[in-house]
Design a protein around this ligand. Structure first.
Ligand SMILES: Nc1ncnc2c1ncn2[C@@H]1O[C@H](COP(=O)(O)OP(=O)(O)OP(=O)(O)O)[C@@H](O)[C@H]1O
Length: 500
């Protein structure tokens, strides 16, 4: 331990610079010779905005000043500001502390064991400096106590750095707020990108800059749209991302919506409308639920992909359209080709780079991070109350469930838990599916049950639900909302059972 002690003594006496990257670099070079160390990072805790601002980090490749922010939920903020949180912590594994696990999963997923030294100014927590190794179980309390001597220097640096950033970009936080609003619909970061979605994201990064056509496949609610968005973001094109839900366009409007129309092309066309192909020019066109596109529209889409030209309804001239195409479906397209519901030639055109997004039950390691992310978003959107956060017991429960509705179902379960929480304590109801089935059968005496095929049962049940909802599928009070399923999923089931 002596070498570490004397190195830290030298550092405390001799860190002359108030420049953050220079200070981190000096520390890293001296300390890595006397303790296990793969990197050091420093970040700032912003209580008002309930987030962490990464400031800088150093590793064997050099130093890096950082930007961006990591949102925290109420539970995480409470943990950080709690007077019980020790001034330094030794984590044998980052998994041992939910806040550190969340923060590092965003930008240092390789870190395993960490010494955290809190940076306090006038006793107020303003951030941390973290010393990490990529291996678990590398540190002890003696090392942590020695490293704690560096906290004053880095607390000062963190405070100065944040002050400078605030002055330099008083409109930066405004811009970030804009991004946050977008995050509530399509998240900027893909949760699980370093865990259960690591392989998918590897493909995303390699295909993104190529403008190659991508077909994203996966069950309903797995995050296909999130992946499509990530491809667009990693392509750095900066141009439009136009999403079209093919299942949501009424069949008689498909032409005018995809291709656009000229003024007067039909009754009610009181002005010219640019179609989605035109709107996506120079950027990305994302055709979601492509399996729902009727055959007539499939033929027209194929023609656009072959010629890269479209004609507006009621128009005469052809318009060149240049866009990157991403499609997605939860349907089995080869099976649809076999039954004549999907054109094989179109499938060849769109299936250039297939990307499969695995269901949540096959990547359960993502559940804790997703739960924390959704909880934070639900609290922000739905309540002003404080919440206890996701306890270890809750996480176990969430991990045991099979999530037939995938990530979307997890998000709904968390929203419901926040809405129905009492005294800030969350209660997860994972019996949604079971409850509705028992509601149908409970009216019949047990020994009187006629066993019928599941599909017949489902078809009859959906038929009754639709009658109850006066035929309304989409929107408030509609069958999809009452059944808590995606309207497109419901629509395809209703079509399958020939109810609509
Ligand atoms: N990896 C992820 N990180 C953060 N949020 C996610 C992730 N995956 C899914 N979500 C969220 O879950 C919900 C469902 O995701 P999304 O709409 O992308 O699924 P989908 O596969 O396109 O569903 P569908 O087939 O029904 O269209 C969305 O609110 C999305 O923001």
């Amino acid at each position: 331990m002596e070498p570490l002690k004397s190195s830290i003594h030298d550092l405390v006496m001799g860190l002359p610079s108030l420049d953050v990257t220079a200070s981190l670099s000096t520390c890293f070079n001296q300390l890595k010779a006397v303790m296990p160390l793969d990197g050091i990072y420093i970040n700032y805790f912003d209580k008002q905005q309930r987030c962490i601002w990464p400031i800088a980090q150093v590793n064997a490749l050099g130093t890096e000043s950082q930007s961006g922010k990591i949102s925290l939920n109420t539970f995480m903020c409470q943990r950080l500001t709690s007077s019980h949180r020790p001034r330094m912590m030794v984590l044998a594994d980052v998994q041992d502390d939910p806040v550190t696990r969340w923060v590092l999963s965003n930008y240092l997923p390789q870190a395993r064991s960490v010494i955290l030294v809190r940076l306090l100014i006038d006793g107020v927590h303003c951030g941390i400096i973290g010393f990490y190794s990529n291996l678990a179980n590398q540190y002890n309390d003696t090392q942590a106590k020695l490293l704690q001597q560096l906290h004053r220097h880095f607390a000062l640096i963190a405070a100065l750095e944040i002050q400078q950033r605030r002055q330099a970009g008083s409109n930066m936080s405004f811009q970030r707020r804009g991004v946050d609003q977008v995050m509530d619909t399509v998240p900027e970061t893909v949760i699980g990108e370093h865990n259960g979605l690591a392989e998918v994201m590897l493909k995303v990064r390699s295909v993104a800059p190529t403008r190659c056509t991508v077909l994203i496949q996966g069950e309903s609610g797995v995050g296909k749209e999130v992946i499509a968005n990530a491809i667009h973001q990693h392509s750095n094109s900066g141009a439009n991302f136009v999403r079209v839900n093919c299942g949501a366009i009424p069949e008689h409007l498909i032409d005018s919506i995809l291709f656009g129309h000229e003024k007067g092309a039909f009754t009610g066309a009181d002005r010219q409308h640019k179609g989605y192909f035109e709107q996506a020019c120079g950027g990305t066109l994302f055709l979601d639920e492509i399996g729902e596109l009727p055959l007539t529209a499939q033929v027209k889409l194929l023609r656009v992909l072959q010629t890269r030209r479209t004609t507006r309804v009621g128009g005469t001239g052809e318009i060149s359209v240049d866009f990157r195409l991403i499609t997605a479906t939860h349907r089995n397209l080869p099976q649809m080709i076999a039954t004549g519901e999907f054109r094989q030639d179109l499938w060849y055109r769109i299936n250039l780079f297939p990307l499969d997004v695995p269901p949540l039950r096959e990547r359960k390691e993502d559940i804790p991070l997703l739960a924390e992310y959704f909880l934070e978003s639900a609290i922000r959107r739905l309540t002003d109350d404080d919440h206890s956060g996701v306890t270890e017991y809750d996480t176990e429960q969430l991990m045991e469930y099979s999530w037939p509705g995938n990530v979307r179902e997890l998000q709904n379960v968390i929203d419901r838990a926040v809405i129905s929480s009492r005294n800030g304590k969350l209660e997860f109801d994972l019996r949604g599916e079971v409850a509705s089935v028992s509601a149908i059968t409970s009216s019949a005496p047990v020994d009187d049950i006629e066993i019928i095929p599941l599909d017949t049962m489902l078809s009859q049940y959906l038929h009754r639900v639709l009658l109850l909802c006066h035929g309304k599928i989409h929107g408030p009070g509609g069958a999809a909302e009452r059944l808590d399923v995606n309207p497109n999923t419901l629509r395809s089931k209703l079509k399958k059972f020939e109810i609509i």
